[in-house]
Design a protein around this ligand. Structure first.
Ligand code: 4GW
Ligand code: MN
Length: 371
């Protein structure tokens, strides 16, 4: 046969040898690839569940099954819910045309109907986050705690893990309310200050200290608010970001020169007339513990420097917060839906009032005589 193809016996012999070596080598490789499971297949099993908030059910129904040749025990469960909702429009009318929903530094401004809470809940639930809510109840302000906590149970971060951190000088007066699963009350006993301005300002120092020693270990995000407030509609994970502030209800439509920034250049809270984006409220800010630590440290240190010089900014902690945000832009901004006062009435752009000032009798609540 070799002669018919015009090959010598020697060449034919070499060809047979090479073919033999090749068959042997490939055979060996094929065998090994099976033995070491270089080949595996993945089956993704999805349920027909509609998107919903019952995460346990979703997790039960949805799993990824890895099929290995020799190891059937390697089946693993992972969260992999269906995501069923109308397709977002890449082109077309925006959901809001009456307000801006993005700052010039591309931080979202959160207004009703700009976000889908189901998508966001899924995103944050998967990360299993814990949210710390801090509020101060010093002296007579302890009377606000009950309504604050009751309404937070109803509207604040429902379905997520929450730690309430109530700073107070009257721990016995903080009501021990039943809380939903995954929610805990931490009462933090702190000293009071004689002057109300100092009560308000020292919040920065105390939040700073406890962020360093406690919150950083216990929470993924911190939300720092006034306590003379009640939740009256949904406040959820849409607010969370590295560092966020809230548009003050009295100034979101105002011009820069009417903002009540500190205008005395001797103060470290001073903002020149041609700087500043928004007027932020002192009663609602937050972010990651790292960012809240930086913010509260900067504000507290500026206050202490000013104090040495015998100057205190016009709107106390709020002035220092506004100064900070001029030079450390918030990564998200909450609309006044998140801090409203019914004394300001209602407006067509305000679709929801989520967190409302509780009317207070200023004379009674702020007087120095005890109840
Ligand atoms: C005047 O007499 C006072 S007392 C002004 C504030 C006071 C105060 C404030 C207080 O006695 N105890 C206290 O815990 N606070 C905390 O500081 C409390 O968390 C309150 O929400 C926050 C800011 O004070 P505020 O709510 O009275 O400030 P505005 O009127 O601007 O919301
Ligand atoms: Mn307040």
């Amino acid at each position: 046969m070799a002669r018919e193809w015009g090959l010598s016996f020697r060449t034919f012999g070499y060809l047979v040898l090479v073919a033999f070596i090749m068959v042997f080598t490939f055979g060996l490789l094929w065998h090994n690839s099976h033995r070491f499971q270089w080949v595996s297949s993945v089956n993704i099993l999805c349920s027909n569940l509609q998107l919903q908030n019952n995460y346990e059910d979703i997790q039960k129904d949805i799993k990824i099954q890895r099929l290995f040749d020799e190891d059937p025990s390697s089946e693993v469960n992972v969260k992999f819910p269906r995501m069923v909702y109308p397709k977002p429009l890449a082109v077309g009318p925006p959901s809001r045309t009456d307000v801006i929903v993005m700052t010039p530094w591309f931080a979202p401004i959160i207004w009703e109907s700009t976000f889908s809470i189901n998508i966001l809940n899924e995103y944050f639930k998967e990360r299993n986050i814990i949210i710390g809510l801090t509020a101060f109840a010093i002296k007579k302000y302890v009377v606000f705690t009950e309504k604050f906590l009751k309404t937070a149970e109803e509207y604040f971060m429902v379905g997520h893990k929450v730690n309430y951190y109530i700073f107070t000088d009257r721990p016995k007066d903080v009501p021990n309310l039943p809380l939903k699963e995954g929610r805990k009350l931490h009462i933090i006993e702190v000293r009071n200050y004689a002057q109300w301005q100092e009560v308000s300002m020292r919040r920065m120092e105390m939040i700073n200290n406890y962020t360093k020693t406690k919150f950083i270990k216990e929470a993924d995000y911190l939300v720092c608010v006034d306590i003379d407030m009640q939740f009256s509609d949904h406040v959820g994970v849409e607010i969370l970001s590295d560092v966020f502030g809230t548009l003050h209800p009295a100034f979101f439509g105002a011009s820069r020169d009417s903002f009540t920034y500190e205008r005395r250049s001797e103060s470290l809270a001073y903002i020149p007339p041609d700087e500043g984006d928004f007027y932020y409220a002192g009663g609602f800010f937050g972010g990651t513990p790292q960012e809240v630590y930086r913010l509260t440290k900067a504000c507290h240190e500026a206050m202490m420097e000013d104090k040495k010089k015998g100057i205190e900014a016009v709107w106390h902690d709020e002035s220092y917060l506004n100064k900070y945000f001029v030079y450390h832009k918030p990564t998200k901004i909450l609309s006044p839906e998140y801090l409203w006062d019914n004394g300001m009435g209602s407006l067509p752009i305000l679709k929801k009032k989520r967190f409302l000032a509780v009317p207070k009798n200023h004379a009674a609540i702020r007087s120095n005589d005890r109840k």
